[in-house]
Design a protein around this ligand. Structure first.
Ligand code: UD1
Ligand code: MG
Length: 509
């Protein structure tokens, strides 16, 4: 991806560059439309060192969610107005086809639009979205644009009706279809406070009408900001058509101003994702306890038990069972894979019919070939476990390669680290490693070899050999019986000493 020209705001610096990726912009059905995402604000009410639009909800940053909702509209350009933590916000949208414009300082939503003016070129219509309303759907944006075009409007506002509208700007209607103004929460009269149709901050503007109206807006509020919402009254009083379209799902307008808003929006995204997987044939037990990231895929007849998390780019084949409390991060599972309770699997591949857990930790680079089994209280890292191989309990297998049908006894560890470097252990096919063995890498165990339990293996074991590396056992005849007799006589002596009557102590005067 090439970082190209910068587009500056009125008081810009050169830190924010255009971020481009992909070639979608060449085939655009909405060539007269630009999309503007307002993402420069700090988000004071979140009380965070991270810019608001970078906070995640539903597994992606708020700003990325907004960009993804807009992308299918194939507008002429998607422009993000950035300011607070501009470079990080630009980086968050960089993988998408987004032009970033710097707003510094951030003097309000109307000011943000003015800063973006040059970047919007000769587009006729702008769809404007805040960076903090990530639940908006593409279909709703399409419908808003259609209403705007059909009504030949100067502005069309997406509104929603809320039982508790506090905090939001209210739609002040004049007549059935037309809007007279948007009034911010802080500016409402007691009667207007009763109005429950709110401004989502998502609009269509005919740009030729917006610019002169915005030029008339004054920073008449306690923050001394230029509000985009004030342009509505200017347009309406000039006799322009201003419409408001109520979104079909009120949740699409939810703005994330507080941590509680973020939690609610995240909950809704997660619910949508679970519904998508259930519709695709996945059983989810106690669904509200299961967390699934947006890019996760799962095949038919998979079962997710309560408290499961499927994160990152995790993929499940068909008929997989993921046990309660298990967390899979970017794991690739084939068909008929069983992950038993409380296992943690990161960036690993589990082929068909493999079984993992309970309480297993598979770290990055673990690859279980078909029907391999990693069971109780295990840790693996960069380990290839051969077809049908078994590592049943209490082992650490790191930087290792195991052949097919090999069996690793309980308590075996690969000693892969000498304090400076990592070394590899290679174990062949049909090898049997006795319990509690230490395999000090680099070391190779040949096909069909045995390692005696309790061995500390520091040298290669050739194929079909027995490797044994432990102290030789000797049995001492009669030793235990003699020991017991000695102990019994000590006990009898101590008892009789305790039972002897004590002489009365003389008192000293
Ligand atoms: C805004 C609307 C309000 C609406 C609500 C819906 C205004 C004045 N008010 O209020 O009518 O009901 O959204 O959620 O527009 N931003 C900039 N530059 C700035 C200021 C803000 O880019 O100078 C961005 C923010 O990053 C944010 C968006 O604009 O993504 C909205 O700003 P925010 O402060 O959240 O406005 P609200 O108080 O929620
Ligand atoms: Mg907001």
């Amino acid at each position: 991806m090439e970082i190209g020209r910068s587009v500056y705001g009125s008081v810009g610096s050169s830190i924010v560059k255009e971020a481009r990726a992909g070639e979608n912009s060449r085939t655009m059905p909405n060539k007269d439309v630009v999309i503007v995402i307002l993402a420069a604000g700090k988000g004071t009410r979140l009380k965070s060192s991270l810019a608001k639009v970078l906070h995640p909800a539903g597994g992606r940053s708020l700003v990325e969610q907004a960009v993804r909702a807009c992308a299918p509209l194939k507008a002429k350009e998607i422009v993000a107005v950035v300011g607070h933590q501009a470079e990080q916000v630009a980086a968050a949208v960089a993988p998408h086809e987004v032009l970033t414009v710097l707003q510094h300082p951030q003097n309000g939503t109307g000011h943000a639009m003015l800063v973006a003016k040059r970047a919007l070129g000769n587009a006729k219509i702008a769809i404007v979205l805040p960076g903090d309303a990530p639940l908006i759907r593409t279909e709703t944006l399409k419908a808003l644009l259609a209403t705007h075009r059909l009504g030949n409007a100067a502005a069309t506002i997406l509104s929603v009706v809320l039982a508790d509208p506090s905090g939001y700007g209210r739609i002040i209607r004049k007549g059935e279809t037309q809007v007279g103004a948007i009034k911010e929460d802080s500016q409402l009269t007691p009667e207007q406070r009763e109005l429950n149709e709110i401004n989502t901050s998502i609009y269509c503007f005919t740009l030729a009408k917006l610019w002169p109206a915005l030029a008339k807006v004054k920073p008449n509020n306690k923050h001394r900001e230029i509000y985009l919402t004030d342009a509505i009254a200017v347009l309406a009083s000039a006799g322009e058509t201003v419409l408001a379209q109520i979104a079909p799902d009120a949740r699409e307008g939810l703005g994330c101003n507080t941590r509680a808003d973020l939690a609610e929006v995240d909950r809704i995204f997660r619910e949508r994702k679970r519904e998508e997987l259930m519709a695709a044939g996945v059983t989810i037990q106690l669904p509200e306890t299961v967390l699934i990231d947006p890019d996760v895929r799962a095949g038919e007849d998979c079962t997710l038990e309560p408290g499961v998390q499927l994160l990152g780019s995790t993929r499940l084949g068909t008929r997989c069972q993921v046990g309660t409390g298990s967390v899979l991060h970017s794991a690739i599972l084939g068909d008929d894979v069983t992950v038993r309770a409380h296992s943690l699997i990161e960036e690993s591949r589990l082929e068909n019919g493999t079984i993992v857990g309970p309480f297993a930790r598979l770290r990055t680079g673990t690859h279980l070939k078909a029907r391999a089994r990693i069971s109780h209280s295990m840790e693996t890292k960069k380990a290839i476990i051969g077809e049908g191989a078994k590592v049943p309990h209490l082992s650490y297998i790191g930087d290792a390669k195991l052949g097919s049908k090999t069996n690793i006894g309980a308590g075996t560890i690969t000693c892969n680290y000498d304090g400076v470097h990592k070394h590899e252990t290679t174990i062949g096919n049909k090898v049997f490693i006795g319990s509690n063995s230490v395999l000090v890498a680099p070391v190779r165990i040949g096909d069909g070899a045995y390692v005696a339990a309790g061995s500390a293996i520091t040298e290669n074991v050739p194929a079909d050999c027995l490797g044994i590396a432990r102290g030789r056992q000797s049995n001492k005849k009669g030793w235990a019986a003699k020991k017991r007799r000695e102990l019994a006589s000590h006990q009898a002596h101590a008892k009789s000493a305790r039972n002897k009557p004590r002489k009365a102590k003389r008192r000293r005067r």
